[in-house]
Write a protein that binds this ligand. Sequence first.
Ligand SMILES: [Zn+2]
Length: 311
Amino acid sequence: MHSPKPPLKALLLLTSLLSTCTPSPAAAQSCGSTGLAVQVLGSGGPESQDKRASTSYLVWDHGNARVILDAGGGSALRFGESGARMSQPDVFLFSHFHVDHSSDFPALIFSSWFEDRKRPLPVYGPTGNDFMPSTTEFVHELFADPHGAWRYLSELVEPGQGSYQLQPHNVAPSSTPVLIFRNANMAIYAVTVIHGQVPTLAWRIEIGGKRIVFSGDTNGEGEGLTQLASNADLFVAHNAVPEGATGVERRLHMPPSVIGATAANAHVKQLVLSHRMLRTLGKENETQTEIKRRYSGPIQFANDLDCFPIK
Ligand SMILES: [Zn+2]
């Protein structure tokens, strides 16, 4: 049974109308306004001292932020700075649920209450295990009655209740790329990658005849990521560890040599390095040298809000 509640949305809208200060208009959105582009909302890892937002990306298509991938700490602020609106995404993707990839999700969702989103928002991410919730568990443990942390927003996960619905889906593990989502604008594929014991996905968005691939966090083991990245127009890889990393760092992340080999074997056209951490920041020359031994295409290091057009 759904217990009666005050009309939350009406209260929230009234609160915003009664606010005495008028918010300044969002910055004019420029990334991807006339074509396809990836905007890096968060280029850092989990460390606050890197002075970067944690992982998050937008795929822009002619002025629409069609896809948001991950939502690490600080990304909600960067999302606002990008000029995107929560009414725009067709789909929300998660690589995995480490804090530096997921902690701003509730902030972005609450922001959407103050916008005019009406259509459902599908949310795709990995299945769970003993260490991590599945995507459906993650969303319900945040918002569902009676135990969700922010159950005051439970209308979002109760069909027919709120102004729009979150629709979480678990992506079954697969060592080869699988079609996960398709609409009139794009097709989206995922493959399972190895990130310690954390269920993790890499993602490919096919849009406007182009391929955009995100490695997520992975140590690069297996062939799935190379298959997913095959002929990518843009490949975003995570530069979380330096060459020579060992132990847990290496079990979780791929060093530059593995990034370079993957980019070369997949024949990617453009490589962007993100998820930059204190242990790789300042080592860009060494990183680039290792990658260039294997991959001859263009390499760029990402900073927050950087825009990478897809030509
Ligand atoms: Zn991470």
